[in-house]
Design a binder for this molecule. Structure first.
Ligand SMILES: [Zn+2]
Length: 62
């Protein structure tokens, strides 16, 4: 790779090495909450990466 300083957190690149898709959560815990997620499907060996998109960090409860 020519890029040796890619910030995964900033660029929203998942462990597959590809850009993530902007998705909207539909779970009961986080309804309508947007996040970046791996664009591969589980059937295709998705890494399962996701990252919430919160402009405010008022509730960082990881
Ligand atoms: Zn992935």
């Amino acid at each position: 790779m020519s890029q040796n300083s890619v910030n995964i957190e900033e660029a929203n690149i998942c462990k597959c090495g590809d850009y993530c898709l902007l998705k909207t959560s539909r779970t009961l815990l986080n309804p309508s909450r947007q996040f970046f997620g791996c664009k591969a499907s589980k059937e295709n060996g998705a890494c399962g990466y996701f990252r919430w998109i919160d402009s405010s960090l008022e509730n960082a409860d990881e």
